[in-house]
Design a binder for this molecule. Structure first.
Ligand code: FES
Length: 227
């Protein structure tokens, strides 16, 4: 089997290779935190093209509409590595690396606090536990804790390679593509982005930080029309 990969095509879709499982996850609030609920599971395909312009009539797949609508998919995201791009938030038992790439999934808010406060209060066990959940469940990968109790090890969830099409019914919108398990991402210009365990790709076509999600789907009221 060829290696799993995602290749961005110029002003067109994401070409996914290597039999990457594809499913849909619904983001919901349960009590005072967020969870992923299982949505549809799509047939396993060796290779497929996921819509990046937001206008396909066969979502989440590309149907060629990008060519008719003149989609400008120019990539604008920084290629500086994560660890050189982050802001550091220090806490007593955890440090938080934050690159500020918000996909507005809201997993960083838990039990009335948010991940930055929870990090500051991480000498309390419940806050420490919630801080780690708040960072590791975020689809964008923007939040990474380092554990001061364990040689400053990076705390990342173990994720099998998979792509989840996210939905945000509370906001009445469709959200990003949640890419898991360290799938290499190649630019339309041919270079490889830094391979990350988790990242969120724009699929509404409006991000100002392409190819990554910057939460514009919320303001744009993007609904994929998946039925
Ligand atoms: S990228 Fe092809 S239809 Fe959207």
């Amino acid at each position: 089997m060829p290696e799993k990969s995602i290749t961005i095509t110029k002003d067109g879709p994401y070409l996914v290779k290597g039999g990457v499982p594809l499913n849909e996850k619904i983001m919901v609030s349960v009590g005072h935190h967020r969870e992923y609920q299982q949505g549809r599971v799509f047939d396993q395909q060796e290779q497929y093209a996921l819509c990046r312009c937001g206008l396909s009539k066969n979502p989440p797949f590309c149907d060629g509409t990008h060519a008719e609508c003149g989609f400008d998919g120019h990539e604008t995201a920084s290629t500086v590595p994560f660890n050189e791009r982050i802001e550091l938030f220090e806490g007593p038992t955890l440090d938080l690396y934050d690159d500020n790439r918000c996909a507005f999934a809201r997993f960083c808010h838990r039990e009335g606090k948010e991940v930055w406060t929870l990090t500051e209060e991480s000498d309390n066990e419940p806050e420490r536990t919630d801080a780690i959940l708040a960072s590791t469940e975020c689809p964008s990968g923007r939040l990474v804790h380092h554990d001061k109790r364990n040689d400053y090890a990076e705390i990342e969830p173990e994720l099998e390679p998979e792509i989840s099409v996210l939905q945000d019914p509370e906001r009445g919108v469709s959200a990003c593509l949640f890419v898991k398990g360290g799938i290499p991402l190649q630019s339309a210009e041919g270079f490889l982005y830094e391979t990350r365990n988790r990242y969120a790709l724009c699929r509404c076509g409006h991000s100002a930080n392409k190819p990554f999600c910057d939460a514009r789907h919320v303001n744009e009221g993007y609904v994929d029309g998946l039925e």
